[in-house]
Design a protein around this ligand. Structure first.
Ligand SMILES: [Zn+2]
Length: 704
C-alpha cells in the first residue's frame, strides 16, 4: 500500500494533475492508532437518494499529518477534511467585493443607527433588547467589517464587543444582566470566535473559555420546548473551535453533555417525521411547543449540521449518515428549487408558492460551510453556492435596504394579503425593514460575509483548497510556513472560467485543491500550458513547485439543465444559477421608516403577464433555450436591469393559470395546451428578480 502511494504521487508530479481521491484513499492504513474509525462498518449503503448527492463513500482516511499552520482538531476528535482559515485570510474581489460594499452602504452599515432593538440594546449597556437581535446583527457585521477592512464598520463593532467582554461574571456567565437565557449567548460566542480570529484579542478567547467552564459546572439546561434546547448544538461550533485552541478536555465534556441532554436531531433526520404524507394529513404540528419546534424552518436549517458537528467527537457513522439523510428528506418532502427547503415558518412542502424564511437561507449556508469543512464533500459546496447565488440575493432588494421574510420560487405578487403560509402573517413576502417579524432583519447580514470567508480552506497536506468559487484572494501559510497569496480572478457564477494566480516571495511547493462541481461535465484544468480533463463531483489536486506568477485556469462548462419540480413543472438551471422569468415589477412605497435613509417597506405588483408555459424539450433544453446575452457583472449583478446573463426561450400564456390565494395558482399539469400566441421570453438569474416564475409548465407543442 505504502509503495503504491509513493508511485502514485510520483505519477502526480510527472503529470502535474492528480485526484485527491486517489491519494487519500491509499492512506487508510496510516491513521493514528487512537482515532476511532468505524465509518466503514456503518456507512450507508448506496441508495437512490444518494444519487443527487455524492455518495459519502469510504471515509477519507485521516491524513498522515495534520495542517501545521492553523488550529485543527486534536485527538480524540476526528480530523476534519478541511481546516477553516481565520477570518480575514480570504478577501472579496471584483463583483463580490462590490456586493459586500453595497451591504456596508445599505442596511448592515446603518441598522444600528435607527432600529430600536439595536439603538437601545442591553448588549451595549442600554435598557432595550437583551436577547438575540444584538448578537445576530454582530454575527454579520463583524465579518463584514473585517473582510472589507472598513474602519467605520470596525468602529461600530467596538462598543458591542467591549460591552460583551466587560459583561463576564466570575462564574463565567456573560451578556446583559437582564438575560437569563443561554440561547443568545450561543450566538454571541460565534461572534467572539470571528472577532478573535480577526484581531487575536486574548480577552475574547478567555471569555469563551470562561463560559465553557461555567457550562461544565452548571447543570444541563437544554429543554426541548425552548430555543436554547432545540438549538443547543449551536454551542458545539464554538466548543470545537475552542478545543482546537486550548485542548481543554472539559470542553468536550460540555459538548457531550449538550448532545445527550438536548433535542436528538440524529434520530430526527434518520427517521424524518415531517413527510409529504404528514403534510397531507395535517399532522405536522404548526405550533411553538416542543415537537412543533422541530418543524420550524430555522431550527431545522441550523440543525442540519448538528449530527455532523457531533460526528467529530463520536466518530460514529450514524451521525454522518443522519446529515445525508436529513438533506435528502428535506429535498424530497420540502425541497425548493436552488437547494433550499420551504418553511413559512414551519415546514410547508414543495409547492413553489410556499415560502422560505430568510433566516433559514443564511443559517443553511452556515451549516453547509461547517459540513464542507468537516466532510469535504463537493455536494455541500454545490448546494452552498446555489443558496448564496440564488435565494440569498433574491430575498433582498439590490440596494440591500429591504428584505423579505418569506421568498417564493413562483412569486408574482408581494403585498399585504392572506397567503397559504403555514404559520406566517400577511406581510411576510413584502420587501421591507421587518416584514412579519424582526429576526431576519437582525440575522440576514451573515450570509455574504461568511460565504466569502469560507471560499478557501487549508488542507492537511499543507496546501490550500478552493472549496467554493467567487472573485477573491486568499493569503495563507503553506508548505513549511511560506505565506502565499492566490488571486482568484473570475466573473463566476456568471462566467465559467476561473483563473488562479499565485503570488509568493519565492518558489514554493504545495498542493492546490480545486473543486469540480457535480454539474460541470467536460470541465478542464490548464496548468502552465498543459490541459487535463477534470471529473465532476471531486476535488482536483495540483501538486507542483510553484513560482511567483504561476497561473492555473479551470473551466467549468455551464450546460443548460432542467429539474423536474412539484406537479411535474420544470426549472431551468445553468451552472450554479437558477433562471426565472423576467417580469415587469412595479414597486409601491407602503411605509417609510427613516427621514433620510431609504428604509422603506415596498409592495411589488406585476406589470406584465406571468402565467407562461414554456416551449421546451425538457430532456434537451439547449434545443429550446439560447444564451441571448452574457456580459461582465457590473457593480450589482443581482438587479433585473443589469442581469449579466439572459436566456431566451419561447412560451405562451395559459389563460386558466391564475392567482389563487394571492399567489400563483397550482402549476398546470404538463403538457399544457394553449392557443395564445407564441412569444419570446427572457429568463434571468433568480437573484436578479423580485417577482418571478421559476417552476414552469411545459407546453404541449413540443410534446406532440
Ligand atoms: Zn428570520
Amino acid at each position: 500500500m505504502r509503495t503504491f502511494f509513493v508511485i502514485l504521487l510520483a505519477a502526480c508530479w510527472t503529470n502535474t494533475v492528480c485526484w485527491a481521491g486517489e491519494t487519500t484513499a491509499l492512506g487508510e492504513n496510516d491513521e493514528p492508532a487512537s482515532v476511532k474509525l468505524d465509518d466503514n462498518a456503518q456507512e450507508p449503503a448506496p441508495r437512490e437518494w444518494l444519487c443527487r448527492w455524492n455518495s459519502p463513500g469510504k471515509p477519507a482516511a485521516p491524513a498522515a499529518e495534520f495542517n501545521r499552520h492553523y488550529p485543527t482538531n486534536r485527538l480524540p476528535l476526528r480530523p476534519t477534511k478541511f481546516v477553516a482559515l481565520p477570518l480575514g485570510s480570504v478577501k472579496p474581489q471584483g463583483w463580490l467585493k462590490d456586493q459586500l460594499t453595497i451591504q456596508a452602504n445599505g442596511l448592515t452599515g446603518h441598522l444600528d443607527e435607527f432600529w430600536p432593538p439595536l439603538v437601545k440594546t442591553a448588549w451595549k449597556g442600554g435598557d432595550g433588547e437583551k436577547w438575540e437581535r444584538g448578537p445576530y446583527y454582530l454575527d454579520g457585521l463583524v465579518p463584514l467589517a473585517y473582510l472589507l477592512d472598513d474602519s467605520r464598520l470596525i468602529a461600530k463593532t467596538r462598543p458591542w464587543i467591549e460591552g460583551i467582554l466587560a459583561s463576564g461574571q466570575p462564574d463565567g456567565w456573560f451578556g446583559p444582566a437582564q438575560n437569563k437565557d443561554r440561547w443568545p449567548l450561543a450566538v454571541a460566542m460565534k461572534v467572539l470566535t470571528q472577532y478573535h480570529e480577526a484581531t487575536g484579542d486574548p480577552r475574547a478567547l478567555k471569555l469563551i473559555a470562561d463560559y465553557f467552564a461555567y457550562l461544565h459546572k452548571a447543570p444541563p439546561d437544554w429543554p426541548n420546548k425552548d430555543w436554547r434546547g432545540v438549538r443547543a448544538m449551536e454551542n458545539a461550533v464554538t466548543a470545537y473551535w475552542l478545543y482546537r485552541r486550548t485542548g481543554d478536555p472539559n470542553v468536550l465534556k460540555v459538548a457531550e453533555s449538550i448532545h445527550k441532554n438536548s433535542r436528538n436531531w440524529t434520530d430526527y433526520f434518520t427517521n424524518f417525521p415531517w413527510t409529504t404524507e404528514a403534510l397531507r394529513t395535517g399532522s405536522i404540528p404548526y405550533d411553538w411547543k416542543d415537537v412543533g419546534m422541530t418543524a420550524h424552518v430555522v431550527n431545522v436549517a441550523m440543525a442540519t449540521k448538528y449530527p455532523g458537528l457531533w460526528w467529530q467527537q463520536s466518530g460514529d457513522g450514524r451521525h454522518k449518515e443522519a446529515v445525508y439523510r436529513g438533506w435528502a428528506s428535506l429535498d424530497e418532502h420540502h425541497g425548493q428549487v436552488g437547494g433550499r427547503f420551504s418553511g413559512d415558518e414551519h415546514l410547508s412542502g414543495r409547492r413553489p408558492t410556499q415560502g422560505t424564511e430568510l433566516c433559514a437561507v443564511v443559517e443553511s449556508m452556515f451549516s453547509l460551510e461547517k459540513l464542507l469543512e468537516i466532510f469535504g464533500d463537493t455536494a455541500f459546496a454545490d448546494r452552498l453556492e446555489f443558496l448564496a447565488y440564488n435565494a440569498n440575493p433574491g430575498a433582498c432588494t439590490p440596494d440591500y435596504w429591504a428584505h423579505q421574510y418569506d421568498q417564493q420560487a413562483n412569486q408574482v405578487l408581494c403585498t399585504v394579503a392572506k397567503r397559504q403560509w403555514s404559520t406566517n402573517s400577511d406581510t411576510s413576502n413584502l420587501y421591507g425593514l421587518e416584514p412579519h417579524y424582526g429576526c431576519c432583519t437582525a440575522n440576514m447580514h451573515q450570509g455574504w460575509p461568511k460565504f466569502v470567508a469560507h471560499l478557501w480552506m487549508a488542507t492537511h497536506d499543507q496546501g490550500l483548497a478552493a472549496v467554493a468559487y467567487g472573485p477573491s484572494v486568499v493569503r495563507a501559510k503553506v508548505a513549511g510556513g511560506t505565506e502565499v497569496s492566490v488571486e482568484e480572478i473570475t466573473d463566476y457564477p456568471f462566467d465559467e472560467t476561473i483563473r488562479f494566480k499565485l503570488m509568493s516571495p519565492e518558489p514554493v511547493e504545495f498542493p492546490l485543491h480545486l473543486r469540480v462541481p457535480s454539474w460541470a461535465e467536460g470541465a478542464t484544468v490548464n496548468c502552465q500550458g498543459k490541459t487535463e480533463p477534470a471529473a465532476p463531483g471531486q476535488f482536483l489536486v495540483i501538486r507542483r513547485r510553484w513560482s511567483p506568477g504561476d497561473e492555473v485556469v479551470i473551466k467549468l462548462p455551464m450546460k443548460m439543465r432542467t429539474e423536474t419540480r412539484y406537479h411535474d413543472a420544470v426549472a431551468i438551471v445553468r451552472g450554479p444559477l437558477v433562471y426565472s422569468l423576467r417580469m415587469g415589477e412595479h414597486f409601491d412605497q407602503l411605509k417609510r421608516h427613516h427621514p433620510t435613509l431609504p428604509v422603506i417597506d415596498w409592495s411589488v405588483h406585476p406589470t406584465t403577464p406571468w402565467n407562461y408555459g414554456l416551449l421546451l424539450d425538457r430532456h434537451n433544453p439547449e434545443r429550446s433555450i439560447t444564451v441571448a446575452h452574457t456580459g461582465k457583472p457590473g457593480q450589482q449583478p443581482f438587479a433585473q436591469e443589469t442581469a449579466p446573463v439572459v436566456l431566451r426561450v419561447k412560451g405562451r400564456t395559459i389563460p386558466e393559470w391564475k392567482l389563487e390565494a394571492n399567489s400563483a395558482g397550482q402549476t398546470p399539469a404538463s403538457p399544457v395546451e394553449s392557443q395564445d400566441p407564441l412569444v419570446d421570453l427572457d429568463l434571468i438569474p433568480y437573484g436578479c428578480t423580485r417577482l418571478r416564475i421559476t417552476e414552469f409548465p411545459v407546453l404541449a407543442d413540443e410534446s406532440r
